[in-house]
Each structure stands twice: as C-alpha cells, then as structure tokens.
Design a protein around this ligand. Structure first.
Ligand code: FAD
Length: 200
C-alpha cells in the first residue's frame, strides 16, 4: 500500500515554472508539494536561459525572490545591430515605454527559488520516480510516485503540470483538453546575414 499524502496543489517539475508557481501559491497561503524526477544538483547545473523579460522580472519581485537578481543581474535597455558596417541602436527601453531585460542565469534564478522554498520549510521531493497522474479531470485528482523504493500517493485539489513539453502531464491529457497560447510575431532575426547583436 502506498503512503498517503494530502496537499492542495501537486506540482510536477521543479524547473523555474514549478518553483515559481510554488512560491506564488505559498504567498497566497495555498499548500503545494513539488515532485521532481532529477536531483536538486542536476536541476541547478542544467545551463539554459540567461535573459529575463520585464514581465518575468516583475513576477519574481511579486513572488519576493527578486533581491539577488537586482543586485547581481545586468540590466539591458537595448542592443546594437551591426549591418553594412554601421551600428543601429535598438533602444528597447524607449520603444517599449520603459521596459528592460535582465541578464541573470536560469540556474541563479532557480537557486533563489529553491532557497526560498527551503527557508519557508516547503516540500520538494527530488528523485521522484514513476510519477503518474490520475483522475486529473475530476474533483479528486491523485499523483503517484516512488522514492527510494517506496510508493507514495498524493491526494490533491489540483495538479499543475510544470514538467515541460515532453513531461508526463501533457502526455496524460487528451488532445482536446489542451488549449495552447502562443504569440507569433511577424518578424524574426533571420540568421548571419542580419549581422551581430550586442547587448548594451
Ligand atoms: C539553450 C537554452 C537557452 C534558453 N535561453 C532562454 C532565455 O535566454 N530566456 C528565456 O526566457 N528562456 C530561455 N530558454 C527557455 C527556458 O530555459 C525554458 O523556458 C524554461 O526552462 C522552462 O521552464 P519550465 O520550468 O517550464 O521547464 P523545465 O525547466 O524544462 O523544467 C521542467 C522540470 O520538470 C521535470 N520533469 C520532467 N518530467 C518529469 C516527470 N515525469 N516527473 C517529475 N519531474 C519531471 C524536469 O526534470 C525539469 O526539472 C532557453 C532554453 C534553452 C534550452
């Protein structure tokens, strides 16, 4: 028989999405457990993003985890494109009405979110194996997993699938239940012919 656990929200995945959601829920007084299949060290050394857009900066502040980002991150208000031997300044700050981007590694951001969780005494289960979601479209969703050879079952009100595009959550939902939100811009950087972009 699996050991039973109860929480309001079971979050699958301890990447930036899962950790930030956990922090926002905590601030709202909502109980959550995060299940992550990798070790904490693995997640922390997985090099990925480095640029945070303004909306992300604001959200990290709202979550109360932006202090080190403001201290150590590099603010970029624009960049220059070199084309036909000429520099063209793209003043993002001016063009977007005062918005910037922040250069702050995803690993650092993940570190801050993990630290906040530890400080608040919140539960993250690393190396959770065979995570499976059940009855997620009912009022009594469940998540099962194994840790150190022991079986666990979480009863919850909601399951938040923050386990990425190839994770178990997306694969478990019928295609008709998935609504995608995407913004496609009518332009893009087209490769080497465009030239170099340099942050400034
Ligand atoms: C090279 C690179 C550069 C990038 N640069 C930028 C950038 O500059 N700016 C930017 O905004 N974005 C950038 N991105 C995108 C950014 O890294 C992702 O958007 C971000 O990691 C998504 O976070 P997430 O928490 O949704 O998913 P993830 O970071 O993928 O986290 C999902 C987590 O779920 C866990 N998981 C998966 N399956 C299971 C399971 N079955 N059970 C339990 N846990 C599971 C995974 O181990 C992982 O820890 C970049 C990405 C890459 C690869």
């Amino acid at each position: 028989m699996p050991s039973k656990i109860r929480t309001q929200v079971a979050i699958i995945g301890a990447g930036p999405s899962g950790l930030l959601l956990g922090q926002l829920l905590h601030k709202a007084g909502i109980d959550a457990i995060i299940l992550e299949r990798q070790t904490g060290d693995y997640v922390l050394t997985r090099i990925r993003a480095g640029i945070l857009e303004q909306v992300c900066i604001d959200l990290l502040d709202e979550a109360g985890v932006g202090a080190r980002m403001h201290k150590e991150g590099l603010v970029h208000g624009g960049f220059e494109m070199l084309y036909n031997g000429q520099r063209h300044r793209i003043d993002m700050n001016k063009l977007t009405g005062g918005k910037n981007v922040m250069v702050y590694g995803q690993t650092e951001l993940t570190h801050d979110l993990m630290d906040a969780r530890v400080c608040a005494g919140l539960t993250t289960v690393y190396e959770a194996q065979h995570v499976a979601i059940h009855d997620f479209d009912t009022k009594k969703p469940r998540v099962t997993y194994e840790k150190d050879g022991q079986k666990f079952e979480i009863d919850c009100d909601f399951i938040a699938g923050c386990d990425g595009f190839h994770g178990v959550c997306r694969a478990s939902a019928p295609r008709s239940a998935i609504k995608e939100f995407e913004k496609v811009y009518p332009f893009r950087l087209a490769g080497p012919a465009v030239g170099h972009a340099a942050g400034a």
